[in-house]
Design a binder for this molecule. Structure first.
Ligand code: AMP
Ligand code: MG
Length: 322
């Protein structure tokens, strides 16, 4: 039965010992809560997949504490170092050629590994105590909305895990941007996040390739194994709109970007005044809250397709996919 732990030094020590012993625990990061285990322990990795019900073909992100750990698990490159300098610690995941220390179960037998250095201060206090890199996918059952509060993890994973480290609400609220440097000639964006492709291009001085993720709809091979059309989805059906809100009865929830548009009890807002960072922070929280009410459907307004808005639109489209 999952227990929420406050981030006291004693609890951090206790979790460090548990992780070193091959156990798993939900931990806060600035993106979403992760389900953490020792990345170098195949038994811990197996526990993560089992608790999430995640298919073995969907590889995990390995979280590092410093650049020494990067060397341990991946082959860095000039481009990787430049991006690490600019964006780490932070919500950017890099796909790099892997070292043999990383087992096939982490990478779904790919010859690359996904690496990120999280910025969350409580996560870092835990990572500093752990002498190993930490594998951590989002701490939700496979396909469901990602958790952005300790309480979300408890609701979703109650009987699957023992410990949840409470680090408060996640500051970013959506998953990291993923950039593949597997082919250094062609940096490729695999997942939109709060670090935009323009920001990455500015640092690299190179054009970034963005694959057609709609390949998933056509049943073709995906550029990244986890980029499924349907993901981050509540049980209540989600429909999207732009411009005019749909005519609907009070049995459906209508979610606006901006609170000024709300006028009825079944109206909800993702932000006070449309600030996209706030929308990202609130998105999964509101989706989970509405999923617990007895609405027949959820209508969501799409934000503008700029900056973080691009990543929010991506998550909304996947939440709405059937
Ligand atoms: P999550 O941990 O739930 O945020 O999902 C992590 C995502 O990272 C996966 O679904 C994959 O799409 C992606 N990923 C992890 N490792 C690799 C890799 N070696 N190559 C490409 N994509 C990867
Ligand atoms: Mg996930």
């Amino acid at each position: 039965m999952a227990q929420i732990l406050q981030p006291t030094p004693e609890n951090l020590d206790r979790l460090t010992t548990a992780l070193a012993d091959g156990e798993i625990a939900a931990v806060p990061t600035e993106t979403v809560y992760g389900l953490a285990g020792n990345a170098l322990d195949p038994q811990a990795i197996a526990r993560i997949y089992e608790a999430k019900g995640r298919p073995a073909r969907n590889p995990l992100i390995v979280h590092i504490e410093d650049l020494g750990q990067l060397e341990q698990i991946a082959q860095p490159s000039e481009l990787a170092n430049r991006l690490a300098d600019a964006f780490w610690p932070g919500p950017l995941t890099l796909i790099l050629p892997k070292r043999p220390s990383v087992s096939d179960s982490v990478t779904a037998s790919l010859d690359t590994v996904a690496v990120r250095m999280p910025a969350h201060p409580i996560y870092r206090q835990l990572a500093e105590r752990c002498p190993f890199p930490i594998a951590a996918p989002s701490a939700n059952p496979f396909g469901y909305v990602s958790p952005t509060k300790a309480e979300h993890v408890k609701e979703q994973m109650e009987d699957k895990i023992d410990w949840i480290l409470d680090g408060g609400p996640c500051e970013r609220g959506i998953e990291s941007t993923i950039l593949s440097l597997a082919d250094p000639q062609q940096p490729t964006l695999l997942r939109h996040g709060s670090i935009s492709s323009e920001q990455l291009e500015d640092v690299l001085g190179l054009k970034i390739h963005t694959p057609d993720t709609r390949a998933a709809d056509k049943g073709q091979n995906l550029p990244s194994p986890g980029l499924m059309k349907r993901h981050y989805s509540p049980n209540t059906p989600v429909n999207l709109f732009e411009g005019q809100a749909p005519e609907s009865s009070s049995s459906s929830a209508i979610v606006f970007i901006n609170s000024a548009s709300c006028s009825k009890p079944n109206h909800f807002a993702l932000s006070e005044d449309g600030e996209l960072e706030e929308v990202a922070r609130k998105l999964y929280d509101l989706l989970q809250e509405l999923d617990h009410q007895s609405f027949e459907g959820i209508y969501m307004e799409l934000p503008k397709d700029i900056g973080t808005g691009t990543a929010i639109r991506d998550r909304m489209h996947r939440a709405a996919a059937r």
